[in-house]
Design a protein around this ligand. Structure first.
Ligand code: ZN
Length: 428
C-alpha cells in the first residue's frame, strides 16, 4: 500500500483535468451481433430487473440477500462460472441500542482461463429495509422505471448479467479470466467486504464496477468517505423530582453535533454530516444515553486523516460537566475512513473515451465523465492498485430515495455497451 499511494498520485497528476474526448470507433460484425442479441430481449431484461428489484435486499435483510445471492449464483453457474461464498464477521456498533450488525455472505464467481484478468464488481444490497414502503417496481408509459435499487444498483447487476449472457451465447467467454464479485454490504461502507475487495484487486488487471451513471456521464474520480458512531452516556433521573441528579446525554451530544457540523468546509470540498442523532427515551426523564451516526467526505488521503482526527477529538471532548457526578457524561466513539478518494487514472480515462465512442454507435451516448461526491467499491479496488472504471451500470436519478428511477432505454443500451466493452477487453 505504501508504494501504491505515490504511484496513484503521479497518475492523477499526469491525467489532466481537461474533458475526455470520445474515441472514434465502429462496431465489427461480432459486436453488432451482441448488440442485436440484447436488443431483441428488451421485455425479458425488464422482467429480470423486476424479479431482482422485488426481492428486498436492504443491507440488514440477510435472508433477502441470501435469496438474491443464490439466484445470481445459479445464473452465473449457468454461464460457466464456479461460485463460492465468503463470510464477514458481524459488526459491533457503538450505539445506545448496542448489538451487532450481521452481514450476509458475499458471492465470488470465477472463470479461469487465459488473457487479461477482469474483476467485475457490484453490490447486491440496497438502502431500503424490509419494512420500507418502497418495494415495488413500476414502469411509466414513457419507459421510466421506478423502484428500490433500479439504478443503485440492481439495474447495473442486470446490465452485467445480460452482457455476460450475450458473450456466453457467442462463445466469447470460453477460456477467459473473469471474476464477478457481488458483495452485500456496500451501502454501509463495505466494512465487511473490504479485505475481500482488496485481495481480489491484487489478483486482477482491470476492475469494472456497474454502479449507475448520472445524466449519461460516467464517473472519473471520487471523494473519499469516512464514518463515525458516537455514544454519550449520561445519568438518568426524574425530570421533576430529581432533575439535579441527572446528567443529560442529549445535551452533551447536541454540543458535539454543532461542533461536528462546523467541520464542513465547502472550499476544501470536505463535509461532515450528522445523518442520524437520537437521545433519551421519555419526556420526563433526564436522558441517560444519546447517539449519532456521522458521514465524512474529503478529496485526499491527507484531508481524510485530518478530518478523522478532528471528529475523534470532538467526540472525545465533553463540553458539559457534572459537579455532582464527575464521571458523567462520558463518550465512546468508533470512526473509520472506509473509502479512499478515487483519483483520475489514465487507463480509466482511456476506457471512458472508449465507452463514449462505442455508446455513440449504440444509442444513449455517454457524453462525458464527472467528479462525484459518492463513493463506490471501485475506490477501494483502485486504491489497492487495480485501475477501475466504475459507473457502467444504468443511468439513474434519485438513488437512496423513493424517487429512484432509470429507463428501459438505458437498461438495454448499457447492457449492449457492457457486452461490447467486455468483448474488447477480453480480446486485448
Ligand atoms: Zn450503489
Amino acid at each position: 500500500m505504501k508504494l501504491i499511494a505515490p504511484l496513484l498520485l503521479l497518475f492523477s497528476m499526469a491525467a489532466n483535468a481537461d474533458s475526455i474526448e470520445p474515441i472514434e470507433t465502429t462496431l465489427n460484425e461480432d459486436e453488432r451481433g451482441l448488440v442485436a442479441w440484447i436488443g431483441e430481449r428488451e421485455a425479458e431484461i425488464v422482467s429480470t430487473l423486476r424479479t431482482h428489484v422485488e426481492i428486498n435486499t436492504g443491507t440488514e435483510n440477510t435472508a433477502g440477500l441470501d435469496q438474491y445471492r443464490d439466484l445470481l449464483a445459479k445464473e452465473l453457474e449457468d454461464l460457466g462460472f464456479a461460485t463460492r461464498t465468503v463470510s464477514s464477521e458481524p459488526l459491533e456498533t457503538v450505539s445506545c441500542a448496542g448489538g451487532k450488525v450481521e452481514i450476509a455472505d458475499h458471492l465470488v464467481a470465477t472463470r479461469a482461463g487465459e488473457g487479461p484478468r477482469l474483476l467485475l464488481n457490484g453490490h447486491i444490497d440496497t438502502v431500503f429495509s424490509a419494512d420500507d414502503e418502497f418495494q415495488e417496481m413500476v414502469i411509466d408509459g414513457d419507459g421510466k422505471i421506478h423502484g428500490p435499487g433500479v439504478a443503485d444498483m440492481k439495474g447495473g447487476i442486470v446490465v452485467m448479467l445480460y452482457a455476460l449472457r450475450a458473450l456466453a451465447e457467442t462463445g466469447a467467454l470460453d477460456n477467459t479470466n473473469l471474476t464477478v464479485l457481488l458483495n452485500t454490504d456496500e451501502e454501509i461502507g463495505s466494512l465487511g467486504s473490504r479485505p475481500l475487495i482488496e485481495e481480489l484487486a491484487g489478483q486482477h488487471d482491470l476492475g469494472v464496477v456497474f454502479e449507475g451513471s448520472y445524466q449519461n456521464q460516467l464517473t472519473r474520480a471520487r471523494k473519499g468517505l469516512g464514518q463515525a458512531r458516537l455514544k454519550v452516556t449520561g445519568r438518568e433521573s426524574h425530570a421533576g423530582a430529581a432533575h439535579q441528579e441527572g446528567v443529560s446525554a442529549s445535551l452533551e451530544l447536541a454540543h458535539k453535533v454543532i461542533a461536528l457540523e462546523a467541520l464542513t468546509d465547502y472550499d476544501a470540498q470536505s463535509t461532515v454530516n450528522v445523518g442520524v442523532m437520537a437521545g433519551g427515551e421519555k419526556r420526563n426523564t433526564v436522558p441517560g444515553c444519546a447517539d449519532a451516526y456521522v458521514d465524512m467526505r474529503f478529496t485526499s488521503e491527507a484531508e481524510g486523516i485530518a478530518l478523522l482526527e478532528q471528529v475523534q477529538k470532538i467526540a472525545n471532548t465533553n463540553t458539559t460537566k457534572s459537579r455532582r457526578f464527575p464521571d458523567y457524561p462520558f463518550s465512546e466513539t468508533w470512526a473509520v475512513l472506509h473509502r479512499p478518494a478515487k483519483a483520475m487514472h489514465p487507463r480509466v480515462d482511456a476506457l471512458i473515451a472508449q465507452a463514449m465512442g462505442i455508446s455513440a454507435q449504440i444509442g444513449e451516448p455517454i457524453v462525458g465523465a464527472r467528479y462525484s461526491g459518492g463513493g463506490t467499491d471501485g475506490s477501494i479496488a483502485q486504491a489497492a492498485g487495480l485501475p477501475t472504471i466504475d459507473s457502467l451500470g444504468v443511468d439513474g436519478l434519485g438513488a437512496h430515495s423513493s424517487r429512484e428511477s432509470t429507463t428501459v432505454v438505458s437498461l438495454v443500451a448499457r447492457s449492449q455497451l457492457a457486452a461490447v466493452m467486455l468483448l474488447r477487453l477480453l480480446q486485448e
